[in-house]
Ligand binder design. Structure first.
Ligand SMILES: *Cc1c(COP(=O)(O)O)cnc(C)c1O
Length: 423
């Protein structure tokens, strides 16, 4: 459920008509709903009630400072995957003890920054990385709390580009080698083993792959404890999917996920961390775009809109579906039209939808891409020298620009001219 609903035929973000935002900021833009972000965070927090737990928002899904502050105010921790994200989390006021550091290639600079600024734990993904964390921690005279990310060799049954839990993926260490790697961790200076980490992929639409992975983690917990390791924390990753198509059956709900976690892991007495990203931000955001032209092709009509693949790359990159709706609803009785909905970028991949039924539209009409809050703005680029589009946050009847559109001049002035080309 989200807070983007029609009132009197006009799409609203909470209590604000989307047409009003478009008039104020121009198109295209991203628009997020505070109430939806908060609701989704609470769904997870409530789902784990009764267990010692921390919901660490995977901020790579949508990392605007205003979004981070909104979630941090509810007590969210953050899952970061780069030094930049760590800095963003700190800038949003998240204390180090609520930040977990994931990712397969943490550099020594990133490790040092997190150790100095405070960190809940590093999720270690390989032996060389473990050695690097040990070395940096020893040099700084600190102890680095770590979990080791195990790869349970489970098929997440999701898009190949976002499956991470099979043995052929680059993530984690094979669970079959976990005992050896934990023994190594215990022998290295500067490290403190605190638990186990697992994350098998994104946009999972069934509980069974999670369940299979968590069973293996439960077994491993007992084995490692018997080996003498103090396993007190289980980081279960993120990955619960969202309904991108309203017409489709919905993925499991956080409450069902939480019940499964309690069932599979509750007896271990561990503190539970989860790292949802997509489910918190995905349906909390839309991308609003304007029709530039309606172009008749030989056998089809193209809706050419001012948003493009550089603004929302998910369709081009993952063949992702986004529901696309008119911001102003069609008059009753009007027959829908069928379009290929495309952006202006010079690539055939700049196609959002083919043969999509939508209301009959004309130039200057507004459309909204639903479920664009996660992996939308954060994956945008300035390809074709198209400015990064603004982000807007709505809260009840208020809205604010939380990242403004840069001018052409700002974009161009980021380049610098070498001396030999001056004059
Ligand atoms: C991407 C990622 C997540 C978040 O995944 P979602 O599908 O957005 O919930 C969580 N943990 C790790 C380690 C990730 O890489």
């Amino acid at each position: 459920m989200d807070h983007f609903l029609y009132r009197d035929g006009v799409l609203h973000a909470e209590d604000v008509p989307v047409t009003e935002i478009a008039a104020a900021v121009g198109t295209p833009f991203y628009c997020y709903s505070t109430a939806t972000l908060e609701r989704h965070f609470r769904l997870f927090d409530d789902a784990l009630e009764g267990m010692d737990h921390l919901v660490c928002y995977a901020m790579k899904a949508a990392s605007n400072q205003a979004i981070l502050r909104t979630l941090a105010a509810l007590g969210a921790g953050m899952d970061v995957v780069s030094g930049g994200e760590y800095a963003r989390a700190k800038a949003a006021g998240v204390p180090g003890e609520r930040i977990v550091f994931s990712g397969v290639g943490k550099t020594e600079e990133e490790i040092a920054a997190a150790l100095s600024g405070g960190i809940r734990q590093f999720n270690v993904e390989s032996e060389p990385e473990m050695a690097a964390i040990s070395a940096v921690a020893s040099r700084l005279g600190r102890e680095a709390p770590i979990t080791i990310r195990v790869n349970p060799d489970v098929d997440a049954k999701t898009h190949a580009k976002i499956a991470t839990g099979k043995s052929e993926n680059k993530f984690g260490i094979p669970i079959s080698r976990a005992r050896d790697v934990y023994a190594l961790a215990a022998s290295l200076p500067g490290l403190k083993v605190v638990g186990i980490d697992v994350h098998i992929g994104s946009q999972l639409t069934q509980l069974a792959p999670f369940e299979a992975a968590y069973r293996k983690v439960a077994e491993l917990t007992e084995t490692l404890r018997a080996d003498g390791h103090d396993i007190k924390r289980l980081d279960l990753g993120g990955g619960l999917g969202i309904p991108y198509e309203r017409s489709n059956t919905a993925p499991p709900l956080p409450v069902e996920y939480g019940a499964m976690v309690k069932r599979e892991l509750g007896h271990l007495g561990c503190e539970i961390e989860i790292e949802p990203g997509r489910l918190i931000a995905g349906n909390a955001g839309i991308m609003v775009s304007k029709v530039i032209y309606v172009k008749s092709g030989e056998d089809r009509e193209f809706l050419i809109v001012d948003g493009a693949m550089n603004d929302l790359i998910r369709p081009a990159m993952y063949e992702a579906h986004h529901d696309i709706v008119p911001v102003v609803e069609a008059a009753p009785g009007q027959v829908p039209a069928t379009y290929d909905i495309v952006g202006p970028v010079c690539e055939s991949g700049d196609t959002f939808a083919k043969g999509r039924d939508i209301a009959k539209l004309e130039a200057d009409d507004l459309i909204a891409f639903r479920s664009a809050g996660a992996y939308g703005a954060v994956m945008a680029s300035e390809y074709n020298t198209r400015p990064l589009i603004p982000e807007v946050l709505v809260n009840g009847d208020q809205f604010a620009v939380i990242r403004r559109r840069p001018s052409y001049e700002e974009m161009i002035n980021r380049d610098s001219i070498p001396e030999w080309l001056e004059g």
